[in-house]
Each structure stands twice: as C-alpha cells, then as structure tokens.
Design a protein around this ligand. Sequence first.
Ligand SMILES: NC(=O)c1ccc[n+]([C@@H]2O[C@H](COP(=O)([O-])OP(=O)(O)OC[C@H]3O[C@@H](n4cnc5c(N)ncnc54)[C@H](O)[C@@H]3O)[C@@H](O)[C@H]2O)c1
Length: 324
Amino acid sequence: MKHVLVTGAAGFIGSNLVERLLELNYKVTALDNFVTGYQKNIDPFLSNPRFSFIEGDIRDLETCQKACNGIDFILHEAALGSVPRSINDPITSNDVNVGGFLNMLVAARDNGVKRFVYAASSSTYGDSKALPKVEDNIGKPLSPYAVTKLVNEIYADVFHKTYGLDTIGLRYFNVFGRRQDPNGAYAAVIPKFVIQLMNHESPTINGDGTFSRDFTYIDNVVQMNLLAIETDNHGALNQVYNTAVGDRTTIKDMTEILKEYLSAFDPAIKDIEILHGPTRKGDVPHSLASIEKARQNLGYQPSHEFRDGLKEAVEWYWENLNKN
Ligand SMILES: NC(=O)c1ccc[n+]([C@@H]2O[C@H](COP(=O)([O-])OP(=O)(O)OC[C@H]3O[C@@H](n4cnc5c(N)ncnc54)[C@H](O)[C@@H]3O)[C@@H](O)[C@H]2O)c1
C-alpha cells in the first residue's frame, strides 16, 4: 500500500486530495497547523484506519521529518495563499512558503521519499503578457507571493540536481470548488461572491471586470496530482506543469454565470447589483494556460470545463452553506 503525505490537508485543495486518495485505497498521513484550514475538513477522514493526522507547522523541521517517515509520495499543499496577504505581510508568507517548503524538501530527501509533488502557481508568469502561458516562458513576479512560488520551483530543481530527489511542480490556475473558504479578507473571488450573493449582498469586482482567468475546477487539480504521483513516464519528472482547463472567462462573465446558477435556487439573486472598485495591486490582467505539456507527458484530460465545475460548486455551497 502506497503511503502519501498531504501537507495543508485541512485546507481546500489538501482535503480534496485526501478524500480521493482514501477512496483509491492509499494510506494517507496529513499535516496542517489550521492557520487557514479547518478541523471540519478532515473530520470525515478520522475514522478511516488508513488516515492519520499530525497537527504541526512546516516551519518546524522536526515536524517535517516526523511527517515524512515511511512516506512514498508527498503532495505539498501547505502555504499561505493570496497575493494581497503577501503584500500586507511578505515576511510571514516567505517564512511559510519558502522556509517551510525548504524544510519539506530536506525532510523528503532525508527520508528517501520517492516523489515530491508540490503546489506551484500561475502567479509565476508574473508580468509576461504572452497568452496562452507556456511553462518555459515566464515573466517577472508581481507580488511577494509570486516570488515565493518561483523560489519553490528553483529549490525543487536544485534538490533534483544535487540530491536526486524527484519532484513535479503543478502551477495551479485559480482553483475553485467544494470546501474553498468563502470567508475572511483573503477569500478567493468565486466563493466570496457565492456567499455574498446567497446573502443578497452586492459583490464588488476589482476593476472593470475585463480581467480574465483560467478558472480551474478542483476535480481537474485532483486528477493532476494523481497523475503526478502515479506516472511511470520518467521523462515527465522534475518539471513543472500548468494545471488548468486551457480556457478563460472574464470576471464579469464569471459573476453573471454565478448569478444565473444561484438564481435557480433563489430567483431574487438575479436582480442583485454588481459593484466595481479599484484594480488590485499585484493582479495579473489575463491568465490562460496551455495544457499541452500536461496532456502529452501525463495524459491529463480535464474532466470539467469552467461552467460544469461552477455548477457543481454552486450546488455544493447551496447545500452546505445556505442559511435561508
Ligand atoms: N486555490 C488556488 O487557486 C491556488 C492557486 C495557485 C496555487 N495554490 C496553492 O495551492 C496550495 C493549497 O491552497 P488552498 O487554496 O487549498 O489554500 P488553503 O488555505 O485552503 O490551504 C492551505 C493549507 O495549508 C495550511 N498551512 C498554512 N501554513 C501552514 C504551516 N506553516 N504549517 C502547516 N500547515 C500550514 C493551512 O492551514 C491550510 O489548511 C497552496 O500552496 C497555494 O499557494 C492555490
């Protein structure tokens, strides 16, 4: 039985990975310090004998060493997300996203882990205007968060070259879906707007809404992580992959589609006004991935287009978070 360590397991993406790994009969160890994750996200797994949880911080090397003991594969998700958070507090973002990442690499190396798969980010494309984004052509980072994610890729590459650790970096593009946190100052746009519309509040778009994103449903991200640990194509290792759909939607259109889907549950939502605020610092105007490399090397085939995923996400939020 293969043993996988998922860091950041109480978070959005981590908890979805744990769920799928347990369904597929993997043994799973999970690590999280609950800084942005929730106990309720791991509660359903606690009764599974193949699941164990370590509460701890990746900034502590000893914790990372303990978590990596006996592990075959690592899915490293623990980090402080959000561009604005990193602009407000670059030191903490760096401590967790770079210092914690390095601890995990060292622990993976010391414990003979077979493969280290980690959450990279589309923010690494920075100021590059090229569309679609192709893995080898990146620009300069536009935020401290983007710096941390770029440094992750550089460290992963160096750990392969110097210690022979096999790694795969997955550059996630605006992931959304069940369990993504709608609350707090740093909530992502989709869950934030869903909750506001459900509460009959007007969402505020930063800028005129023409910025676009390759919004990626969680099931596509889970698929990429599984392909990354399961592939026996050695040529696919020690590289980074766009993890996306290969299509883009403007923020304005996304908001209109959200209103349409939510109106099926509550017709009053279709009349809620959308407001506009200033553009946010550090935001990349357009984001669209080429997914050719993932298709060719890993056999990736997104299961959900944006609209299919959004529909499922809206249904989940309505069932789980609607207070009306
Ligand atoms: N959601 C996206 O659109 C997106 C896009 C690009 C990259 N990513 C990356 O994907 C990963 C997962 O993101 P998410 O959206 O699930 O966020 P999330 O905040 O829901 O999950 C992150 C988890 O990591 C944990 N964590 C944070 N600091 C920790 C520490 N010091 N020690 C132990 N655990 C810690 C948090 O408690 C949380 O449970 C992150 O690395 C993020 O940067 C996400």
